[in-house]
Unconditional design. Structure first.
Lengths: 104, 430
């Protein structure tokens, strides 16, 4: 799949995952990558941007082995943003499938 | 690619991007989690992608957000969160260039068993931050994976047994651990010591020469009237590491290998001032030459049987008049090759390529985002194939029709072929 396109939907996927539960970085990268096959390294720049924009926040939590982990949690405004992205995405996906499947 | 290399390139390429300490720690933690799953460092690095382009993404989004940024100091309280403004003296007092090298002065001996790399990087970053904030606050509390550090008017306290933290007069912070094996130094200034190592080697029977200069700038020149190769490594490194730097010369059969060595491995590349490795070769000597650096530049002039040069972030310049093939690869460094009469294969991810051969032979030039410029001799005719998705193309005044993204053909009666490819850069062949 086209890389630019993937990057666009990456934000949607990350927010969707975080709206279900909190993730730490490595775990989130794995959850996204198994389905999207993206360059894993680009999840962190996205997370930083989402945090700068106030859509996610982070906290530290002890882990059973090793040092505490940094977890990502979606904020209220992140949920709102995710909702509006989803609405856009559904409209877009519906339009694409109308065209590609040639059903009027 | 190993973690240390990935982190070093990432850190170098991030420069002063806001929040770079945090970014570096996130990737160190990622490696740690991956290793815990039984993946190899090479594997983890490969799936992360190129550290240089990751850094670019951070820089790009940093610029976009820069106007309204309240700093990247952690809503999560990682640094102890009373004060979220950027530390006042974090960027004062040092010029851009100084702070690049000054802040990147990471020197960590890794032998301490108590701390893994990720944590040490964290301490490093946080302690630096603490040092920077000290002057503007009564005291600061820093929580880190594995340790708490408090810097206040009464001094510095840490809860990790055996660790000592000291704030120096210049605002630098040093952290040292149990035994002599572990030490990390942070801060704006710290002592360096000169390095000056010289070696010579006879060259009889040597047919291939490989040089790895690591973080040093590498230059290879001719020295008339000499029968031996001479190598000189000079510059300055952090005082604590000055004794560890070695210049290695190893002969294996017909191969001669020259290397800048740092036995503690991790991480000399963060703790150096400008280092240079200068090689002088006898006029008559000819061999297949492989030149490598990570962050240093490469400059080669003279003859060889074939030459291959690789650098991650350094620039590569090759100037030679003999007919041997030249192969150069960099991630972000620029490439300039001139005077050659043999074939060339020059490739960079983001660097520009300048190619000015004396006589053209089979040539391939490639970059993702850089520009390419080839200046060929006036009477030279050639066949060509150039393409760029969004850049402009120009082959001796000819431009593509109808917004084509490629151009091919030949000049005069044709001749050796030159192909040039870029994704977004401009290409000019003249």
């Amino acid at each position: 799949m086209n890389t630019q396109f993937k990057k666009g939907v990456l934000e949607l996927c990350v927010l969707a995952l975080l709206s279900r539960r909190d993730y730490y970085g490595y775990e989130l990268v794995g959850a996204v990558d198994s389905d999207l096959a993206i360059a894993e390294g680009s999840v962190y720049p996205l997370l930083k941007r989402l945090r700068d924009e106030g859509y996610v926040e982070t906290y530290l939590e002890e882990s059973s082995e090793g040092p505490p982990r940094k977890y990502y949690r979606i904020t209220k405004s992140g949920r709102d943003w995710n909702e509006s992205l989803l609405v856009e995405w559904r409209a877009f996906a519906a339009a694409v499938s109308r065209i590609t499947e040639d059903k009027k | 690619m190993k973690e240390s290399e990935f982190i070093a390139i990432l850190s170098h390429e991030l420069g002063d991007t806001a929040g770079w300490e945090d970014i570096v720690r996130d990737y160190a933690a990622h490696f740690e989690d991956g290793r815990a799953e039984g993946r190899s460092e090479d594997e983890i690095a490969a799936s992360l992608g190129s550290p240089a382009s990751i850094a670019r993404e951070f820089r790009a989004s940093g610029r976009a957000a820069a106007s309204g940024a309240e700093g990247s100091l952690c809503p999560d309280g990682t640094w102890g969160a009373e004060d979220r403004s950027r530390p006042e003296n974090a960027s004062s007092g040092t010029s851009g260039h100084e702070s690049q090298s000054g802040r990147r002065k990471l020197a960590i001996g890794i032998t301490a068993a108590i701390l893994v790399v990720g944590t040490s990087l964290g301490i490093w970053a946080a302690a630096r931050e603490a040092a920077a904030r000290r002057a503007t606050e009564e005291g600061i509390h820093v929580s880190l994976p594995g340790m708490e550090v408090h810097v206040g008017s009464e001094g510095v306290r840490t809860d990790l047994p055996g660790m000592k933290v000291r704030v120096g007069g210049s605002g630098g912070v040093s952290v040292s651990g149990p035994g002599d094996g572990y030490e990390a130094l942070f801060g704006e200034t710290r002592p360096t010591a000169p390095i000056d190592l010289e070696k010579e080697s006879p060259l009889a029977g040597v047919s291939s020469l490989s040089v790895s200069a690591y973080v040093a700038d590498l230059s290879v020149k001719r020295r008339p009237g000499s029968e031996k190769l001479s190598a000189r490594l000079s510059g300055r490194v952090a005082e604590a590491y000055a004794k560890e730097v070695e210049l290695g010369l190893e002969r294996k059969g017909s191969e001669l290998r020259i290397e800048m060595l740092s036995p503690t491995g991790f991480d000399l590349r963060g703790s150096t001032e400008k280092l240079s490795l200068e090689l002088e070769l006898p006029e008559s000597f000819e061999a297949a030459v492989v030149l490598e650096t990570v962050t240093g530049s490469i400059a080669f002039s003279g003859r060889a049987k074939a030459i291959e040069a690789r650098s991650e972030t350094g620039e590569v310049g090759i100037s030679s008049s003999s007919a041997f093939p030249v192969k150069v690869r960099t991630s972000t460094g620029e490439i300039a090759v001139s005077g050659t009469t043999g074939g060339a294969e020059l490739e960079s991810e983001t660097g520009d390529i300048l190619f000015t051969p004396t006589r053209l032979a089979e040539t391939r030039l490639r970059t993702s985002t850089g520009d390419i410029r080839a200046e060929l001799a006036q009477g030279q005719s050639f066949s060509y194939r150039v393409s760029s998705s969004t850049g402009e193309l120009d082959v001796r005044g000819e431009r593509p029709k109808d917004h084509d993204s490629s151009l091919s053909g030949q000049t005069g009666s044709g001749g050796p072929s030159i192909s040039a490819e870029s994704e977004t850069g401009d290409i000019v062949i003249d």
